[in-house]
Design a protein around this ligand. Structure first.
Ligand code: NAD
Length: 301
């Protein structure tokens, strides 16, 4: 397979590149290294350092003519999108349009897109399935949803196949403390420095933590199946922040110091994703439980 991975120097993208190279794919990474690192890029892949929204990106796609494009490059921070919505839209919407135009001209068969649970907004029921109303609460959520709509248009008008994977909170090695699903990475960083773990509110808020290796397998499956669909990629399980602290304490072999701080405005109380559709459409299911995933991060540091 000739595969382009945008954002392939980032947290999730770099793990996907590793898996594609292992599978024997010919892989091009497109990344401006604004957040990703060159050292994360597998030596078996080529790297083009370019802005997704600029002309060089389009030229690189045309030259490489990928069969499949895994589109993960993005401004991936909710707070950043609130601080500068136009910059978020420039990368996430205009950058993606630049990419889709190049895909169309290059004869790309399929785009597998990294969407987000942020498209749903505050859950009206749990678990959140794909039929849940789409009501994003941040410019980031709007830009992620907008791209799903464009993918539908590019299929209708140009026949480009697509699957949007709506990730829950992804965690794993190489994640930095600034990204969207950051609480695990923040705790790892605090542990490493011997600092207390900050918990906002009572710690009973829940999230759906999905291991990066499982997200990679969902992407690989989506290259071959699930066309024309948006699919949740989560574990179907709610984990509270207090449970996360307890798992870290168990792994550290000692109780960890926790600082309880006032709740953050706008934080969603409970969220987890129904994972049945991805099972049916992709034959995919998450395989790594939280303790095993946390162990892999701690071992990697
Ligand atoms: P990341 O920041 O590590 O990766 C994004 C990559 O895109 C980085 O390497 C960055 O340098 C690159 N990039 C940013 N702007 C660019 C531009 N203008 N041109 C070219 N490259 C650019 O983030 P991640 O956590 O690996 O996220 C990957 C994708 O998954 C993103 O699309 C994100 O929205 C989505 N996502 C992530 C999570 C999560 O929990 N981490 C959850 C839902 C969705």
């Amino acid at each position: 397979m000739r595969a382009l991975v945008t954002g392939g120097a980032g947290f999730i993208g770099s793990h996907l590149v590793d898996a594609l190279v292992t599978e024997g794919a010919e892989v091009l990474v497109l990344d401006d290294l604004s957040r990703g690192r060159e050292s994360f890029v597998n030596p078996g892949a080529s790297l083009v350092r370019a802005d997704l929204a600029g002309p060089e990106a389009g030229e690189a796609v045309l030259r490489f003519a990928p069969e499949v494009v895994f589109h993960l490059a993005a401004q991936a921070s909710v707070p950043m999108s609130l601080a500068d919505p136009a910059a978020d839209a420039r990368t996430n919407v205009l950058g993606t349009l630049n990419l889709l135009e190049a895909c169309r001209r290059a004869g790309t068969r399929k785009v597998v897109y990294a969407s987000s649970a942020a498209v749903y907004g505050d859950p009206r029921y749990l678990p959140v399935d794909e039929q849940h109303p789409l009501s994003p609460l941040s410019p980031y959520g709007v830009s992620k949803y907008t791209v799903e709509l464009y993918l539908g248009v590019y299929h209708a008008v140009h026949g480009l196949e697509w699957t949007a994977l709506r990730y829950a909170n992804v965690y794993g090695p190489r994640q930095d403390a600034l990204g969207e699903g950051g609480v695990v990475a923040v705790f790892v960083e605090r542990l490493r420095r011997g600092e207390p773990l900050d918990v906002f509110g009572d710690g009973e808020q829940t999230r759906d933590f999905v291991f990066v290796g499982d997200v990679v397998r969902a992407n690989l499956a989506a290259a071959r199946a699930g066309s024309g669909r948006a699919l949740n990629v989560g574990t179907g399980r709610a984990t509270s922040v207090n449970t996360l602290v307890a798992r870290f304490s168990a792994l550290a072999g000692r109780p960890l110091e926790v600082r309880y701080l006032p709740p953050r405005a706008g934080d969603i109380r409970h969220s987890y994703l129904a994972d049945g559709e991805a099972r049916r459409a992709l034959g995919w299911e998450p395989a790594v439980d939280l303790t095993a995933g946390l162990k892999m991060i701690l071992r990697d540091r």
